[in-house]
Structure formats: C-alpha cells, structure tokens
Design a protein around this ligand. Structure first.
Ligand code: NAP
Length: 244
C-alpha cells in the first residue's frame, strides 16, 4: 500500500517541492498550510490531476490544538501517518537588540513548538504501528549561527537537539527521527535579502549558487524512503559546501 506523508508548510518553497517529489514517488499526501490557501489549492489540483491522492489541511502548527486536529485529520483520511515532515517555519533578520518579545515568542512557537506539537500528535499512532519516519527542517544556521539571525538560529539549533533526543527515545519503537539542515535556498524565505546579501551567499558557497527547493526535497525524499532505514538522529545538510 502507498505510504502517507504529512507535510507541514506545504503551500510554498521547500514543503511544496517535497510534496511534488513525494507525489511522483506514489505517496499519499496531507498538505498543511497556514495562510496560502490559493497556492495549496492549486498544488492539490495539480497533484490530483497527475493521479496523486492529496488532501489539504489548514493549521497553525504553533498551536497545539490545531496540530492535533491536523494529525487526526490525516489519520481519518488516510488511516495513519507513515512519514511526518516538519517543514513549516518562519525566519527573522535583524539585530538581536531589535527582536521584540512577541517576535521571539512567535519564532519559538512556530519553529520549535510546531515540531514538538506535531511530533506529539503523530507519535502515538507511529508507536502503535512500530514504524514511522520523522524529518525535521533545521538550517545550517542552527549549526553554524547566522549573524543578525540569532533568534532564528537558536530555534533551528533547538530542532537539532529535539531530533537527536527523540531519535533515542523512539528508536526502540522502530521510528526514525532525522533532520535536514539546508544552506541558502531559493524560496520566499530569502526574498527579504537584498542582491548584495544574495551575492555574498553565492560567493561563500563553494558550489557558487543557492540551492533549489527540489534539491532539498531530494534529501527529504531520501530520508522518507527505505534507503535510509538504518539512519536516525542525524543531520543531513544539503548546503553546497557553505558549511563543511
Ligand atoms: P517559505 O518559502 O517561507 O515557506 C514557509 C512555509 O511554512 C509556508 O508553506 C507557510 O505556510 C508555512 N508556515 C509558516 N508559518 C506557519 C504556521 N504557523 N503554521 C503552518 N505553516 C506555516 O520557507 P522555505 O524556505 O520553504 O522554508 C521551509 C523550511 O526550511 C523552514 O523551516 C525553514 O526554516 C527551513 N530552511 C529554509 C532555508 C532557505 O534558505 N529557504 C534554509 C534553511 C532552512 P503559508 O504560506 O500557508 O502560511
């Protein structure tokens, strides 16, 4: 039977590319979005027209009740969650002294809370099945730290810590938990960067360019597949050599 993947933040960028690639590989998909309804509707139509089985679900992953409702909806529609891709995230660029309490809380609520709430909602089913794969989106900045992105970097480092600890906790239940830590990728998230900042990112990257969402999706698809069955608690970093 085809496997089911729940992808948070599937409406745009990396999450959307992951949805397209996993649909091509025969997964049934629950596509979460928050605000971009038009975009996710269009994606669902495109995938369905190509023969995929896809459903959409609106939820703020930073709200525990909404994360639970999303996991429940996925189980109701598809029977279970085989692969959870915690991709939804928000960025923040600016001096640490200018990060407000509200923005700090929001970054932690979405980037770390979203991973925690969704894992907590999905895990009982995976533990019952004695199998499952969780893939969390961190960032190279969670490993190396980005200047003027201290709050964002802190949340992405936390995602790595959560991934490693959870991998140890649920490994005996047959569940793998891994992290993807992309370098700079061509998505809306980097749209706020000016041309000089983008040029310097390209120059600092040994491969001389930003990554594409499809390239990150390929790493996600690998961790979702049976090819990765002996891998858990790891951080895979498709980053063009930006951090080695
Ligand atoms: P993006 O293009 O800005 O898309 C963000 C996605 O997250 C959207 O689908 C958005 O949904 C969703 N989202 C935001 N807040 C949400 C919430 N509260 N609840 C549910 N969904 C929410 O970002 P991206 O570049 O694809 O990044 C995806 C992930 O990769 C993020 O975790 C990011 O930190 C990480 N990452 C990105 C880069 C990069 O260079 N782009 C590098 C390293 C790591 P709506 O549009 O529907 O609101």
């Amino acid at each position: 039977m085809n496997r089911t993947a729940l992808i948070t933040g599937a409406s745009r960028g990396i999450g959307r590319a992951a949805a397209e690639l996993l649909a091509e590989r025969g997964y049934r998909l629950m596509l979460n979005y928050f605000r971009s309804e038009g975009s996710v509707q269009e994606l669902k139509q495109k995938l369905t027209a190509a023969g995929a089985d896809a459903e959409i679900f609106q939820a703020d992953v930073g709200d525990p009740r909404q994360a639970e409702a999303m996991a429940e909806a996925c189980c109701k529609r598809f029977g279970r969650v085989d692969v959870l891709i915690n991709n939804a995230g928000i960025a923040d660029v600016g001096l640490l002294t200018e990060v407000t309490d509200e923005r700090w809380d929001q970054l932690w609520r979405v980037n770390v809370g979203g991973v925690f709430y969704t894992c907590r909602a999905v895990l009982p089913g995976m533990i019952r099945e004695k199998r499952g794969k969780i893939i969390n989106l961190s960032s190279i900045w969670g490993i190396a730290g980005a200047s003027c992105e201290a709050a964002y970097s802190a949340t992405k480092a936390a995602v790595i810590g959560l991934t490693k600890a959870l991998a140890k906790e649920v490994g005996p239940s047959g569940i793998q938990v891994n992290c993807i830590a992309p370098g700079a990728v061509e998505t809306d998230m980097n749209a706020a960067l000016d041309e000089a900042a983008l040029r310097s990112l390209r120059e600092e990257t040994p491969l001389g360019r930003l990554g594409t969402p499809r390239e990150i999706a390929a790493a996600i698809a690998f961790l979702a597949s049976e090819e990765s069955d002996f891998i858990t608690g790891q951080v895979l970093s498709p980053n063009g050599g930006l951090v080695i």
